[in-house]
Write a protein of this length. Sequence first.
Length: 414
Amino acid sequence: MIDVADQPAEPEVSTTAGTPAGDGIGEHAWALHRIGLTAADRVAVLTHHAGHLVSAIANTVAAGATLQFAPPFPGTDIGAWLRDSAATVAFLSPPQLRALDTSLPDLRYAVLDHHGELTAHDVRALRRYAPGCRVLAGYGTDHRGRPLTTYQVPEDHDPATAALRVPLGHELPGRPADQPNTVGEVVELRFGSRRTGHLARRWTDGTLEYLGHLGANPADDPVQTQHALRDLPHVTDVILTEHPDSDGNPRLVAYLAGGDPDQDPAALRQYLVPRLPDPLIPIHAFVLDGLPRTPLGDYDLAALPEPDEDDLAANVYVAPRTPVERQLTEIFEELLGLDRIGVHDSFFELNGFSLLATQMTARVRDTFGVELPLREVFGSPTVEGVARLILWKQTEQSDSAALEALLSEIEAED
């Protein structure tokens, strides 16, 4: 713990608009007035990214506040440490924020190192443990501790209606972005010669929105998967990784913290199919007590369990292969209001119910000319299973017709 209250540094003032007045600590204390930092504050520093760390120190020294450095993560309840330290301000990263699970009555501001991964769910989780806490996010903080953009989450921020990601916000005075410079344009975010490698879009009020890495398709943003999974009861955090499926195509694997350890994979798929396009539905999901972390509080991806071949093959989308499966898939999709149903998907696991099943058998009768008892549909509810029932019934009808024709010929001869 470092107490610098006896010698606060006065912030330096620019003599020309947008032009720094010097290289003193005050120049880099960009958050000082944004969060009302004073000598009475106790600033907890959890972050370890160089620029954000410099920013934490510069702002604390400029205010003459008390500086507190967090201990290593493994074996440490970081939430309890923040509570016992009576921290009023914390500089941290989104993964560190997601590790909190303790009431923090003294915390009034969280300053987040934001690289596009801070979400509306994170804001809601923080407010659960620190109801009066505000959030200030800084993006692209350089080695001098100054971010490229900042965003102060409004007090009336509603995660249920807000964008899935917390916006990047506005540029600091004197450091405008070169692009995007047109409202709605989706391009790489650039500041002079500095290329960020991130896609962004500018809103009508000038706010910059993060849309993923350069080359990614914003429509297939995995944050949608993360959001849907964190909506599940008791899920506190989610990591998504990519693994090749049996055909070598990259597919998502999900790691859930705090969820139901007996989560039925079929039920999870049933929950996700109406909410996400197929590329964003994890091929497998692990439910863990907690996500592994490094001593610095980041995710330890190397410690995550690896899915085996059975895990990766279990939920692979398989397109219809025969004319019967293709027609039947169309019937399933129309009745269930879904797209891209595979042959191994179950009618009832995709929110089908008895009345819809009755409509489905009626459509099967009109399309294929066979009657399927509901009890048989309940026994084989996948596209593949129902298609097999249809072929069996058609074979039975064909055999019966052939037998009747033969009997008619015998009777005629008599």
